[in-house]
Design a protein around this ligand. Structure first.
Ligand SMILES: NC(=O)c1ccc[n+]([C@@H]2O[C@H](COP(=O)([O-])OP(=O)(O)OC[C@H]3O[C@@H](n4cnc5c(N)ncnc54)[C@H](OP(=O)(O)O)[C@@H]3O)[C@@H](O)[C@H]2O)c1
Length: 277
């Protein structure tokens, strides 16, 4: 499994499983936990979740799925901006740890910018780190102006900026990718398949997929994995698709493919804010 290096020197898998929309229906709980277990059996070690997903339900599904096999996993969770106060972050973290039935979150993210002063939020993140309750912290959906408001010392300690990023949404490339790369901060691409929307029906993507005996989803993911310091976290509740997505790591796009994809899905040519799901 390809990895990326965080500013701390720790590494993180470049590919993981998203869990948005899991944990929303009690009757699907067991099946979703089985799906996550089969993803772990396939070798996936990074799981992305948030207190928002199913209002804690997705974290509970993860807790069930990883029981007895926490070692070697890289768990990411996110707290709500309305929990970004000093006490709010600490309480939210305790709840997430309880739901996932574990002692540590590997990377804990502020889900999107908050009106709480960031100094307070980061003070709480430092305390959680000192107590061993989180290993790394970072942000999500942060535009450049948001990143620049982070206390200066912490700007270069972010474990990632998790953003809406896929072939059809390259806004992050305007200025945020460069800012992160200059500091060794990974960019984590959420909705990497653009939620299975029009991207997967693109004739250009289909032609490249044919050439590599791959699928459209694999081309979309291989393109992201080709971007330096980038992590992709596609979500699926179908083991056969999780296997398909994981195998994207074996698709090697060549220079012609990259040019064709740039023409079909051009990067931004002017200042543009991040998209958001
Ligand atoms: N930080 C944030 O604000 C934020 C926002 C959005 C998402 N996220 C995170 O990023 C993860 C991924 O993003 P996402 O769930 O929005 O979208 P996504 O991963 O781009 O797409 C998920 C959709 O694609 C389908 N799918 C998965 N693999 C497929 C394949 N090989 N072929 C065709 N369809 C496929 C899934 O259906 P099935 O499940 O039926 O296979 C699901 O409907 C989330 O789960 C979450 O963990 C973070």
């Amino acid at each position: 499994m390809q990895t990326v290096i965080l500013p701390s020197g720790n590494s993180m898998p470049a590919f993981g499983l998203g869990t948005w929309r899991m944990g929303e229906h009690p009757e699907r709980f067991g099946r979703e936990a089985d799906v996550i277990r089969s993803a772990l059996d396939m070798g996936i070690t990074l799981l992305d979740t948030a207190e928002m997903y199913g209002e804690g339900g997705a974290e509970e599904v993860i807790g069930e799925a990883i029981r007895g096999r926490r070692d070697g996993l890289f768990l990411i969770s996110k707290f709500y901006p309305h929990n970004a106060s000093r006490n709010g972050v600490k309480e939210a973290c305790e709840r997430s740890l309880r739901r996932m039935d574990c002692d540590t979150i590997d990377l804990y993210l502020l889900h999107w910018p908050s009106s709480v002063a960031l100094a307070q939020t980061f003070e709480a993140l430092h305390e959680l780190q000192d107590q061993g309750k989180i290993r790394e912290f970072g942000v999500s959906n942060f535009n450049l102006s948001d990143l620049q408001k982070i206390p200066e010392d912490d700007q270069s300690r972010l474990g990632c900026n998790q953003v809406y990023y896929n072939l059809a949404h390259r806004e992050v490339e305007w200025e945020i990718s460069g800012w992160c790369r200059a500091r060794g901060i990974p960019v984590m691409a959420y909705s990497p398949l653009d939620q299975a929307g029009a991207l997967l029906g693109s004739p250009v993507v289909a032609a490249i997929a044919d050439k590599h005996s791959a699928t459209a989803a694999q081309v979309a993911l291989a393109w992201l994995l080709h971007q330096p310091g980038t992590v992709a976290i596609p979500k699926s509740v179908r083991p056969e698709r999780i296997r398909e997505n994981l195998d994207a790591a074996n698709v090697e796009l060549d220079a012609d493919d990259l040019v064709a994809l740039d023409e079909a899905f051009p990067p931004p040519k002017q200042a543009v804010r991040l998209g958001m799901r």
